[in-house]
Design a binder for this molecule. Structure first.
Ligand code: S3P
Length: 478
């Protein structure tokens, strides 16, 4: 398989010309598409650990790279997306290295990032790029952001709009505020009060991070609560950040700029979004009984668990505990006869990345599952709503794609579903989207006929161990 390893020195060195390091080894894409096929599998069994949470991993590199002193991270997700964030922080002056199982970061100190020598290449990573735009946009320097075809198609105006209000100039952007984007911060950024117009932790976080380098108090108003890792972790690093929730449940987040951040020790818990794949696989493959250890149980991330339990999923939450300020638990999951449910729109923020794999669970449930409030799925790594509906239809599933909804009518047992791998146009189009790839491979473990995807390469962005982990549990994927 030809591999095009990204070795662009410009994104690997900072002004001081510090040498590059092995972050780049984790940022390799196979140049050629790599199709994969999943087949009806025997009962899944065993115990597994999924990699570290992606959201917390990105933030660990960013905040560690910014803080004074040393940050030590264990359990970090070593997926391509996160490695890009590490490389970006290094290119802006942070010292980042791996020592055994631990990543050790020595940050620049708040307000002291350096102008990178070349563009920051975020690959496929929306979180890395949007949060970094907030982090450095207000600096009196020029920064250019580039990404792959998927990232270059995603809207960045949602982050650029508040940054413009703070005084940031967008020197260059492709039409529709898309990458490549060049930002230039003002001499002194202006603190703003910003009401986040869509349920987005990335937008909330970008404004809060911009506030770190802005004099005075920056306020973010969040009408619908999204994942709160930025707030929790920034407080842990010593930021003066407070949250007030009013009588309507609207959150007001205040951050005081230009304070000191101090390096921390972080143990990243397992990613509940990644856990969703083996979890749904065990629910739909008859006879399965698996345990997934050390999964993050932050309530802003547990919508999938709740929904699957409502569908009749036998998921036991074992050993609930607190580790480093986050709730974690082990999940025992057994094959279950699922039934369709209505998933309310207000649950979307707590399971926004999990709809593709929930749709797969719905394929094997009795009756209809209706998912609502899915407008944000249209602007993920792909238009996930269309990608899921098209992939389901291709494999014989009865479903209806609405403007912001998806209805899936299940077929317990998966009879007649799937497609012959050698047939014409039978591969699901993954559109450079890791979660589409993994979801459809999970589906093929329980359909009568196999399910094939056109490209498994992007799985490395968030879950490099996916194939090995699933095969270790008994999944037939090649
Ligand atoms: C993330 C927020 C979500 C999510 C993404 C990670 C984060 O995006 O889909 O995978 O770490 O803040 P939005 O903020 O666009 O909903």
């Amino acid at each position: 398989m030809p591999r095009a390893v990204i070795r662009d020195r410009r994104i690997m060195t900072n002004r001081a010309g510090k040498p590059a390091f092995h972050l780049e080894d984790k940022m390799s894409h196979s140049a050629a598409a790599r199709p994969a096929t999943a087949r009806k599998s025997p009962a899944l069994a065993g115990t597994a650990r999924v990699p570290g949470d992606k959201s917390i991993s990105h933030r660990s590199f960013m905040f560690g790279g910014l803080a004074s002193g040393e940050t030590r991270i264990t359990g970090l997700l070593e997926g391509e997306d996160v490695m890009r964030t590490g490389a970006a922080m290094k290119a802006m002056g942070a010292h980042v290295e791996k020592n055994g199982a631990e990543w050790v970061i020595r940050g620049t100190g708040n307000g002291a990032l350096l102008q990178p020598e070349g563009p920051l290449d975020f690959g496929n990573a929306g979180t890395g790029s949007r949060l970094t735009m907030g982090l450095v946009g207000t600096y009196d320097m020029e920064t250019t952001f580039i990404g792959d075809a998927s990232l270059s198609g995603r809207p960045m105006g949602r982050v650029l709009d508040p940054l413009r209000q703070m005084g940031v100039q967008v020197l260059k952007a492709a039409p529709g505020d898309r990458m490549p984007i060049t930002l230039r911060g003002p001499k002194h950024a202006a603190p703003i009060t910003y009401r986040v117009p869509m349920a987005s932790a990335q937008v909330k976080s970008a404004v809060l991070l911009a506030g770190l380098n802005t004099p005075g108090i920056t306020t973010v108003i969040e009408p619908v609560m999204t994942r709160d890792h930025t707030e929790k972790m920034l407080k842990g690093f010593g930021a003066n950040l407070t949250v007030e929730t009013d009588e309507r449940g609207v959150r007001h987040i205040f951050i005081e700029g230009q304070g000191k951040l101090t390096g921390q020790t972080i143990a990243v818990p397992g990613d509940p979004s990644s856990a969703g794949f083996p979890l749904v696989a065990a629910l739909i493959v008859p006879g399965s009984d698996i345990t997934i250890e050390n999964v993050l149980m932050n309530p802003t991330r547990t919508g999938l668990l709740l929904t699957l339990q409502e569908m009749g999923g036998r998921i036991d939450i074992l050993n609930p505990r607190n580790a480093g300020g986050e709730d974690v638990a082990d999940l025992r999951v057994r094959y279950s006869e699922l039934k369709g449910v209505v998933v309310p729109p207000e649950r979307a923020p707590s399971m926004i990345d999990e709809y593709p794999v929930l749709a797969v669970a719905a394929v094997f449930a009795e009756g209809e599952t209706l998912m609502q409030g899915l407008e944000e799925l249209r602007v993920k790594e792909s238009d996930r709503l269309a990608a899921v509906a098209n992939g389901l239809k291709l494999n014989g599933v009865d479903c209806t794609e609405g403007e912001a909804s998806l209805a899936v009518r299940g077929k317990p047992g998966g009879k007649g579903l799937g497609a012959h791998p050698n047939g014409p146009d039978t591969a699901v189009k993954t559109h450079l989207d890791h979660r589409i790839a993994m979801s459809f491979l999970v589906m093929g473990l329980a359909t009568e006929k196999p399910v094939t995807i056109d490209d498994a390469n992007m799985i490395a962005t968030s879950f490099p161990e996916f194939m090995g982990l699933m095969k270790g549990l008994g999944a037939e994927i090649e």
